[in-house]
Design a protein. Structure first.
Length: 335
């Protein structure tokens, strides 16, 4: 039986200042906080202009995988964002967590103030909207709760476990040294993407008859466009709008190793990890609703957030050779 592919969504909630000092608090906007200690933090400088002066945080996500606590940062450089395109880049940091090493993939429940949202690909979480669930809503996990569950994909017994050791972490609240505009901050509420709602619409002839009775015969178009005749660009855009429409406030989609929700058919080439030569995998994406939350009240010309999606690809081998590693971003045009 094929394993269910789960996508985790992040929707914004009002931020409580007390929780923002933790790197495990997933957020959009605000100030990025450091995770691991490093000799230098120049990795957060824009890779294009090499400056930190115009760099701002879009999102900081706690995304543990395998035997690692991991933080993924997505940032933007306003100086290098020209016209209708944003220049974004991503940084990954991770730390070996020996408590994740176990002989079986059974759930592990732990407690501690350092634990944040855990994305688990086979967990039984649900949205709290009754129309999307069959048996009532499950509890939604919000940042800094004490539930941590290992996914089946954890590579228990992998060679990394015998060589990795936990690294030195920075004190909570230590900010990433960037100087760009600080967007409004929202803590992310994380939950599993709800399934497509089941609509009881009746048969097609019944729908046509009802529409004709309501709006008149001339108002009903009975020509059906075959799916295979629909241009790829329109098909992708329709799917994108449909999936975003299930949870219109979603700003982040997390599903490592899955396929991104693309809004454009433009081909993309993903370079291998320059540190270990492993292929990079898709991990997460920022969706267009994030622009609304970060720029409310601003004219379009007064900000540099212009994209349909920002796709983030990270090392498929989870290499742990540097405290912070630059990963690959693909910025798709505005929808």
């Amino acid at each position: 039986m094929a394993k269910k592919e789960v996508v985790w969504l992040g929707t914004p909630t009002e931020a409580d200042g007390s929780e923002l000092s933790s790197p495990f608090t997933s957020r959009i906007g605000g100030s990025a906080v450091l995770f691991r200690e490093a000799p230098t933090y120049s990795i957060f400088n824009c890779p294009k202009c090499r400056s930190s002066r115009w760099v701002s945080l879009l999102t900081q996500i706690y995304a543990p995988l395998d035997v690692y606590d991991r933080i993924v940062y997505v940032l933007i450089c306003s100086s290098c964002s020209e016209g209708k395109g944003s220049f974004c880049f991503a940084v990954r940091s991770q730390n070996f967590n020996p408590s994740y090493v176990q002989s079986s993939p059974a759930p592990v429940v732990g407690g501690g103030e350092d634990e944040g949202i855990t994305f688990v690909e086979d967990g039984d979480w649900g949205d709290d909207d009754p129309k999307y669930v069959d048996e009532g809503p499950n509890e939604v996990c919000i940042t800094n709760l004490t539930c941590t569950t290992m996914a089946d994909e954890c590579k228990v017994g992998s060679p990394t476990q015998s060589t990795d050791v936990s690294s030195v972490l920075v004190p909570h609240g230590t900010k990433v040294p960037v100087e760009g505009f600080c967007y409004p901050c929202f803590v992310l509420n994380i939950f599993e993407e709800p399934p497509k709602p089941k609509l009881c619409c009746g048969t097609v002839p019944d729908q046509l008859l009802k529409a004709q009775q309501t709006y008149g015969e001339d108002a009903v178009e009975t020509t059906v466009v075959e799916d295979e005749d629909e241009p790829l660009a329109e098909k992708l855009l329709r799917k994108y709008v449909d999936r975003i429409g299930r949870v219109p406030s979603q700003c982040v989609r997390w599903g490592p190793g899955q396929k991104p929700l693309r809004s454009s058919p433009a081909p993309i080439v993903i370079p291998r990890c320059p540190r270990c030569s492993n292929e990079r995998r898709y991990e997460l994406q920022l969706t267009s609703p994030i622009i609304y939350f970060l720029t409310k009240g601003k004219e379009e010309k007064d900000h540099s957030l212009h994209f349909g999606s920002v796709l983030v690809y990270t090392c498929g081998g989870n290499c742990n050779v540097q405290p912070y590693s630059l990963e690959h971003c693909v910025v798709e045009d505005e929808v």
